[in-house]
Design a protein around this ligand. Structure first.
Ligand code: PLP
Length: 397
């Protein structure tokens, strides 16, 4: 008899042979600017911990206290017996921070997109996506019975073409849902959400933005992309985000109208059927909101360092793409070169992973760097010198 599991090793081997398998690195200790990766002390240049909150004393303290008062687990899903006062308070504080009528917290950003999107659009509806949207949106769209259409990346005129075609469709679509990332994680560019919201309003479409990389970064005090563009919530109906990036913890969330939140928690299977956050997680997320509201220096520091790093990299002659956010790609085109640059940087004490095909186009291999507000001026200089040395050795600059 043939071994029914033989495909496992075979497909893994194919990934290894094409150098597209993941070789996992081990972080020994906190995700701090100087961290230990595979036993070597290096500067962290690729975490999503933009503001250094994952290791902030107030978040750590809040998590310890909540563990003492509430234990380490919630005991259930939220609709049954796992809806703690901490979860409710977190949603109240998040809505206040976002200046929305209501917010809802999910276990993760992935659970938010994959659980909510298929409920918002179904049979007889149309979902229109930016071609570079995050994988969790793609999975959410796949779980929906709605028809799908894609517009060219961050291109409102192409979105308009898709909307015009949708208007001709017979029978008419019941509902149209436009979904976009706020900040695109591979290139660091910002979605033209003002134009998208305007087109949505003109065509009667619902607008959903995934602001995972915009929160804690864009807008007033890091309130995100809706604040950045000063948009009305009548035009951006679902502002989705995550506590796993700049907020430094874990958990997905949405903000919008009370009707949205009431609908979402009653319908999203990922929310209804999966255990709620452990008390220390909810408490640390609450503390993260506190820190963002009261210590506005972190977001300012992030942008200051970002501008300095980008201008140093461009000055050295690196191709840093079109990013206008703390995500700065160092584009080297060939996968082989991206891997060599990453290895050389690691040897010089900077940890930044290569991003290669199939995550980006074949000729767009890069090192993706993400700035961190907790770096000192000296840390930044050390990193820039490492990039310069590695770039010269590999004849990139
Ligand atoms: C990271 C990310 C997610 C997933 O968020 P998690 O909370 O980590 O599951 C969703 N969308 C985008 C755009 C992301 O970058």
């Amino acid at each position: 008899m043939r071994d029914p599991t033989s495909f496992l090793a075979q497909e893994y081997r194919e990934l290894v042979d094409s150098a597209t398998d993941w070789k996992l690195r081990v972080l020994g200790g906190p995700s701090a600017p100087w961290c230990t990766i595979d036993g070597k002390k290096v500067l962290m240049f690729c975490s999503n911990n933009y503001l250094g909150l994952s290791n902030h004393p107030k978040l750590i303290q809040a998590a310890i206290e909540a563990t003492r008062t509430h234990g380490v687990g919630s005991g259930s899903v939220r609709p049954i017996a796992g809806n703690m006062d901490l979860h409710v308070e977190l949603e109240r504080r998040l809505a206040r921070f976002k200046r929305a009528d209501a917010s809802l917290v999910y276990q993760s950003g992935f659970a938010t997109n994959s659980g909510l999107i298929p409920q918002l659009a179904g049979e007889g509806d149309l979902i229109i996506s930016d071609e570079l949207n995050h994988g969790s949106i793609i999975d959410g769209v796949r779980l929906s019975r709605a028809e799908r259409a894609v517009y060219r990346h961050a291109d409102p005129s192409d979105l308009e073409r898709v909307l015009a075609a949708a208007e001709e469709h017979r029978p008419s679509y019941r509902r149209i849902l436009i979904i976009t990332d706020g900040v695109f994680s591979m290139d660091g560019d910002i979605a033209p959400l003002d134009r998208i919201a305007e087109l949505g309003a003109r065509h009667g479409a619902m607008v959903y933005v995934d602001d995972a990389h915009g929160e804690g970064v864009l807008g007033e005090g890091g309130r995100g992309i809706v604040s950045h563009f000063g948009l009305s919530r009548d035009r951006v109906h679902v502002e989705m985000g995550t506590f796993s990036k700049a907020f430094g913890v874990v958990g997905g969330h949405i903000s919008g109208s009370k009707a949205l939140v009431d609908f979402a928690y009653n319908k999203s299977r990922t929310w209804l059927l999966s255990g709620s956050h452990p008390p220390p997680v909810a408490a640390a997320c609450l503390a993260a909101i506190d820190v963002l509201e009261n210590e506005t220096e972190h977001v300012r520091r992030l942008w200051d360092l970002t501008h300095r790093f980008k201008s140093a990299m461009a000055g050295l002659g690196f191709d840093i793409g079109q990013s206008t956010t703390p995500i700065t790609p160092i584009i080297v085109r060939e996968s082989r070169v991206a891997k060599a640059l990453s290895d050389r940087l690691f040897a010089l004490g900077v940890f930044a992973l290569p991003i290669v095909y199939p995550m980006v186009a074949k000729d767009k291999a890069r090192i993706r760097t993400i700035m961190n507000a907790a770096l000192t001026d000296d840390d930044l200089s050390v990193a820039i010198s490492a990039f310069e040395k590695a770039g010269r050795e590999l004849k990139l600059i």
